[in-house]
Design a protein around this ligand. Sequence first.
Ligand SMILES: Nc1ncnc2c1ncn2[C@@H]1O[C@H](COP(=O)(O)OP(=O)(O)OP(=O)(O)O)[C@@H](O)[C@H]1O
Length: 298
Amino acid sequence: MTIYNVGSINLDHVYQLDHFVRPGETMASDSYQCLLGGKGANQSVALAKAGAEVKHVGAIHPSNQAVLDQLQALGVDTSLVAFSDVATGHAIIQLTKQAENSIILYQGANHQLTELQVDEVLSQAQSGDWVLLQNETNLIEYTMRKAQSLGVKVAFNPAPMDATLTQKVLGLVDLLIVNEVEAMDLIGTTDIETTLAEFPKKYPDLAVIMTLGKAGVYYFYGEEVVSVKAFSVDAVDTTGAGDTFIGFCLSALMKGEDMTQAMTRACAASAICVTRLGAASAIPTQHEVTEFLANNTQ
Ligand SMILES: Nc1ncnc2c1ncn2[C@@H]1O[C@H](COP(=O)(O)OP(=O)(O)OP(=O)(O)O)[C@@H](O)[C@H]1O
């Protein structure tokens, strides 16, 4: 069983500064890191570390072949990533000592997927395979329609949230995975209790996983409700928690675990992730998650 993750690949250029650059100011930074990023790439890494067979579908500029080498070294099949004339998606991130950030995001090649690429990729898919999408690439609806026509299941993590697009494609989605802010956007409220009560009523035919940070996670499908508590850890950086959760949860479901087992494993993986700095580099291995589960209870 293969998961085709149609998603972004970004280069995150991170500069540590005393303060954000002001209009007209040129400021030197003596701290620079270039990190692999993008929700798509992070989720592919999490899937691979969780032991899933993951093929990443996306696009980058050919000058950044090293990014693909990095993904491959982490276990992701990158043979379906296309090359584009447009620059690889990237973020310019200013970080201050007060832990504030300011980000310029250029979607670049992430929005250069073509219908031909999607058709070719999905022609390889077989029933039982999954397609996973976030909201950082183009052709979301087209890809879902194609997958549905081929009998391939669709998982959708609509981040960053575009409520109009998301409402439009929900009928094509087999499993929706949202965090609490995205869920509240879909219900049109800022209250989480209302969201938990209203979501299953508004979307009775939709299977949805709702992650609530350190408050854990819910799964709703019609009358069925499963909730799993988060593990109690000392969090230092929650970046990538959601991506780690998605990778470990989908991988476990594809291996035949039930929703409680899959979400428990995914909560353990994301609990480890939040105790480490960074995103892709903070994602644990399957072995680390198994050890954590043996030594911790919710
Ligand atoms: N402080 C925390 N302590 C323990 N587990 C956490 C913590 N924060 C997140 N998690 C775990 O990670 C899962 C996903 O977190 P969250 O709901 O914050 O997703 P997210 O908003 O998509 O994350 P992010 O955007 O920061 O990557 C939670 O369901 C929980 O299991």
